[in-house]
Design a binder for this molecule. Structure first.
Ligand code: CP
Length: 310
């Protein structure tokens, strides 16, 4: 089976069949990653550049590891140490890199739509590793993989997405994916961090009451407060945010049931999540990071059009 798209620009463009294909392929790669030799030759003829115009720990390292596990040749580009810092344009940068016979571009950029722009101008396949406040498709795929691994299904799950919805590409990609896969979704946070259009446009429920959301959900996907994207204060202080929307042990103890705690990272400890919740038994945060490698292997493998077995 093949993906219906040449690029992975966003979950918005994927069909349910595409998502299922990526998740089932990732299951096979997760098995590969349990072996003593965690490497397959599938992409040994492919060269991939990781083009990062914005900081990253998990996504950049996870893509690099996924590429190396697939035996691809890998180039890493960080804008801050490149000629982009001297004013070279995105398109000039990419065309110069592609002239060195590079086949695929993994790209993170602070401008929403940057990978979509690039896709119109270059022949190589592009994977969006996060564009501004638009989408972070591989994060949503690894989140879905992790929910399915933990709870056995996505369809019918009740998922609360909590916090800074307004500035979160993780929220938007998760919303698209969860709706396509038949989960129920509730978004929760302060009114100033939830776009007013979101309920009607995306068919999700909205609440401003954290405890109501926690009582309802099977999974709490907690988002980072993105102060760097806020050009004016949208809540009074981090301390008050933590009091109203930060998840503490006491929030979970009073539920009378177990819920799964997720977070894409990096965590603002003591703001959106207290440490004993982030590191507690309900948390699958490090499983999400682990699963990211298998999911990204699946995305790269399928975009390269491979249909051999590992
Ligand atoms: N989840 C995520 O995108 O983390 P990084 O910014 O560290 O890549």
């Amino acid at each position: 089976m093949k993906l219906s798209t040449k690029h992975l620009l966003g979950i918005k463009d994927l069909s349910k069949e595409d998502i299922n294909l990526i998740l089932s392929t990732a299951e096979q790669f997760k098995e590969v990653l349990q072996r003593p030799v965690k490497k397959v030759p599938s992409l040994r003829d492919i060269t991939i550049v990781n083009l990062f115009y914005e900081n990253s720990t998990r996504t950049r390292m996870s893509f690099e590891l996924a590429e190396k596990r697939l035996s691809a040749d890998v180039l890493n580009f960080a804008a801050s140490s490149s000629s982009a810092a001297k004013g070279e344009t995105l398109l000039d940068t990419v065309n110069n890199i592609l002239s060195m016979k590079v086949d695929m571009v993994v790209m993170r950029h602070s401008a929403s739509g940057a990978p979509h722009f690039l896709a119109k101008h270059i022949p190589a396949a592009i994977v969006n590793a996060g564009d501004g406040i638009n989408e972070h498709p591989t994060q949503a795929l690894l989140d879905a993989f992790s929910m399915k691994e933990k709870l056995g299904r996505i369809e019918g799950l009740k998922v609360a997405i909590i916090g800074d919805i307004m500035h979160s590409r993780v929220a938007l990609s998760n919303l698209y994916l969860l709706k396509k896969m038949g989960a129920e979704v509730l978004v929760v946070g302060p009114p100033t961090l939830i776009p007013t259009y979101i309920g009607e446009a995306l068919g999700v429920r909205v609440t401003y009451n954290l405890q109501e959301a926690l009582k309802w959900c099977d999974v709490a996907n907690v988002l980072r407060i993105q102060l760097e994207r806020q050009n004016q204060p949208l809540f009074s202080s981090l301390r008050e945010y933590n009091l109203a929307y930060g998840i503490k042990r006491s929030n979970l103890d009073s539920l009378g049931k177990e819920i799964v705690i997720m977070h894409p990272g990096p965590i603002n400890r003591g703001v959106e999540l207290d440490s004993d919740v982030a590191d507690g038994k309900s948390s699958i945060i490090l499983n999400q990071v682990e699963n990211g490698v298998a999911v990204r292997m699946a995305v790269l493998y399928l975009l390269a059009g491979r249909d051999d077995n590992q």
